[in-house]
Ligand binder design. Structure first.
Ligand SMILES: [Zn+2]
Length: 139
């Protein structure tokens, strides 16, 4: 595997463990510090290893992936439940609305963390730049 950018001197960052750490809400670098400082706001830097995390550019990618996943899981499940139990329209509506909201809220941080882990491992958006540059001097 070779990188397209001039990162020849920098060590390889395995993608899968970084994504797994991110999905668990941990720093993709050390796996110990917290990635988020709230529900979805990313910490500027890891409190455990000091790795800068503010380079992340997850943007609306996690929301898009969550909608894609929840709707693709929901559609066959909706049909299966209807075929098996024939619930009333109102119970279907309430049950699946709540289910979709809860599942989305659970998946969103995990998918965002995984995406940030991927960006970190691939040194995207400044994750690969040297930390020696004093760009965060002023608070
Ligand atoms: Zn860390």
């Amino acid at each position: 595997m070779s990188h397209a950018y001039s990162d020849k001197a920098q060590p390889e960052r395995p993608v899968k463990p970084a994504m797994m750490r991110g999905a668990r809400g941990r720093c993709p670098c050390c796996g110990k510090g917290r990635l988020f400082q709230g529900y979805l706001s990313v910490s500027p830097a890891c409190r455990h290893c000091g790795e800068e995390l503010h380079h992340q550019r997850a943007d609306d990618g996690p929301a898009y992936l969550t909608i894609l996943l929840v709707s693709h899981l929901g559609a066959p499940f909706l049909l299966a439940i209807f075929m098996m139990y024939r619930p009333s329209a109102m119970s279907m509506l309430i049950g699946f609305s709540l289910g979709a909201v809860v599942l989305s809220l659970l998946l969103l941080p995990a998918i965002k963390g995984g995406l940030i882990g991927f960006q970190w491992a691939r040194r995207m958006h400044g994750f690969g730049s040297e930390p020696a540059m004093a760009e965060t001097a002023a608070p």
